[in-house]
Design a binder for this molecule. Sequence first.
Ligand SMILES: *Cc1c(COP(=O)(O)O)cnc(C)c1O
Length: 415
Amino acid sequence: MAAERPPSVDRLVREVDGLGLPQPLVVDAVRAALAGGGPELVEGHVEAAARRLMLPVINATGVLLHTNLGRAPLAVGRDASYTNLEFDLATGKRSSRHETVGAVLARACGAEAALVVNNGAAGVMLALAALAQDQGVAVSRGELIEVGGGFRLPDVMALSGARLVEVGTTNRTRAADYESVLDEVAVVFKVHRSNYRITGFTEDAPVKALADLARPLVVDLGSGLLDASCPWLADGPPEWLRGEPAVRQTLTAGADLVLFSGDKLLGGPQAGVIAGKAQFVEACARHPLYRAMRPGALVLATLQDVALAYLGRDAASLPFWRMALTSQSDLLRRAHGLGHGTVVDCASITGGGTLPGVEIPSAGIALQGDVTAELRSRSPKPIIARIENDATVLDLRTVDPDDDCLLVDALAAMS
Ligand SMILES: *Cc1c(COP(=O)(O)O)cnc(C)c1O
């Protein structure tokens, strides 16, 4: 209520440049400034409030799927419009949202059916709840992973109501280890060690061997490479992708369900996909938890565009693939064109908990010392860089070429 507010707050709110923020946020910033010291702090607090909003940033870290920066970038532009989200245009009757987009995704990865949920973690939880609530699930001791952000497989399993039955050892698990617990479990669950590697004296049971043993076999692939042969890339899979398990091949090898994220190697929006045999996908769709995990029309429409791009062999045009496949010589040329700093070779990574230890040769600009805070303070787009050997490195692989002019502005201002 205006009358109770100290008059100086009103005046300061009127006088400061609110940077387009709605008045309540400017009032909060002014109050915080007064509580923290005085009127001279107002401008800084308003600026800080504007920068606490979600903003486009320039990712110069060279981490293609940077979880803190929203993983895969994607252009989304849509007019305000109703959609046939749950409406069958042929019959005029209600339909289900998962059948529409799920069918296109299923076609793109060679599955009978597919279901979309909010993220990969939700996919794991729903699949286990639908297929193994109050029952045992066999998992290798070498695959009891923590993905990051608190996602620990044993915890998620517990929440789903499934009971973890550990098999094998940390470094070696054979098909026979799973076989010995088959009468205790409802599901055999194989998990891709997305973000770490075990080397040395190791052994894994391949999907095919497990498929011969037990049903249903659920494989959490996490990273979501759709097809190991990358038919959407003119030159086939790049060297750095070798050995990464893929959705289509895992299904062909006999997995009943495959789980993966929409915003890792698929290059789409944040989502989780459950793809495979229709009967198991349906069981997930029927489970009450699905209602709490289903995405809305924005995500589904965007994911449909991504699936159509893969089916049209046009996925190389998705920003993730475009950036991942830019040649180092193109990046070097761009780096020289910026005209500031020292042009350097560097190494990008896919990130987002995918392909640990795999580096993609890249190029960028090195600046002396740590100037990351200055770069972060840039507007209209903060620039996020990384520190390497006491220098600040701007890796151009993850920078949209349209943003190069903003880099030039920043570099010029700092030199
Ligand atoms: C990333 C990942 C998840 C979690 O997926 P989010 O989309 O991040 O929720 C689950 N399992 C594996 C194996 C993963 O790599």
